[in-house]
Design a protein around this ligand. Structure first.
Ligand code: SAM
Length: 266
């Protein structure tokens, strides 16, 4: 719906007018909505046909993943398919504001705060001016700590826009990756599988292989890494890369990709 509203992704949500685009005065909204509803109905029917005669129930739990213990028994999940936020400072709450209001999940700015606080990873804007936000765990046999230290030392003259702020942001992200891996370990049945879609990242020109570090974090708490699949390279839409100063810094040899980290609990 944003595509035919007077908002636009630039890549962050802003008014079309502020981005120099002409306003949309009229649009066949009903046709688009009806076509989408038909598509959704087809999907529901597709699924129903495959589940015929099977005793299946489903439940949507509208809360943060980090509250999993309130809803899941230990070792009760055979398969987890999921995709946490990437390390790209994509501001889900800000960018999905229209959806949140339209769907009645928020009524005013104060309702946004819990979403921001419970988000997987912190938003860079909220940690960039902290003196030091560090990893809360250690990951032996990897260079994660060195990588964050190198990032921390970059561009001190840029103050909060320099490496230290991005290192704080990355450390907070990996701290949540650690909690996330613990949740996976808690929930999976022995022999169960988790498929975690995660994209790598480039911060201040430094390549951060989040998929690899996440896999190592999972291994460090006793999960087994089966494989890191890379079905898609040259990812698009990374808000960090798109913003002017950082483009020049991202080395040509670095590329963005999306990986599926396949993890098993023995
Ligand atoms: C990479 S996207 C995955 C989107 C998903 N594959 C889909 O098609 O909707 C990450 C999603 O995680 C959500 N998210 C962020 N923090 C979360 C949390 N603590 N618990 C559950 N979901 C969270 C974001 O709002 C975003 O929708």
């Amino acid at each position: 719906m944003v595509s035919y509203s007077n908002y636009s992704y630039e890549p962050s949500l802003s008014r079309r007018e502020s981005a120099g685009k002409r306003g949309i005065e009229d649009f066949p909204v009903t046709e688009v909505v009806v076509a989408k509803l038909r598509e959704m109905a087809d999907d529901v029917e597709w699924l129903r046909n495959r589940l015929l005669n099977k005793d299946v129930t489903s439940q949507v739990i509208n809360t943060s993943f980090f509250t999993y213990k309130e809803y899941l028994e230990r070792e009760s999940v055979d398969l987890i398919v999921t995709s946490p936020p990437y390390l790209n400072n994509y501001h889900y709450n800000r960018n999905t504001r229209p959806h949140l209001y339209w769907l009645g999940f928020v009524e005013g700015p104060k309702d946004m705060r819990p979403l921001e606080q419970n988000n997987f990873g912190k938003f860079w804007q909220t940690v960039r001016d902290l003196d030091l936000l560090d990893l809360g765990f250690s990951l032996p046999n990897t260079d994660l700590e060195e990588c964050l230290q190198a990032l921390r030392k970059l561009n001190p003259e840029k103050k909060v826009y320099g490496g230290n702020g991005w290192a704080n942001y990355a450390a907070a992200y990996f701290n949540d990756c650690f909690k996330f891996a613990q949740g996976i370990e808690y929930a999976l049945t022995p022999g169960g599988t988790a498929l975690v879609v995660i994209g790598n990242s480039i911060l201040q020109g430094i390549l951060i292989p989040t998929d690899y570090y996440f896999a190592k974090i999972a291994e460090s708490i006793g999960l087994e890494l089966v494989e890191i699949h890379v079905p898609r390279t040259n990812r698009v839409g990374n808000s960090i890369i798109k913003s002017n100063v950082r483009v020049a810094k991202a080395k040509k040899s670095h590329h963005l990709y999306e990986a599926v980290v396949e993890i098993k609990k023995c």
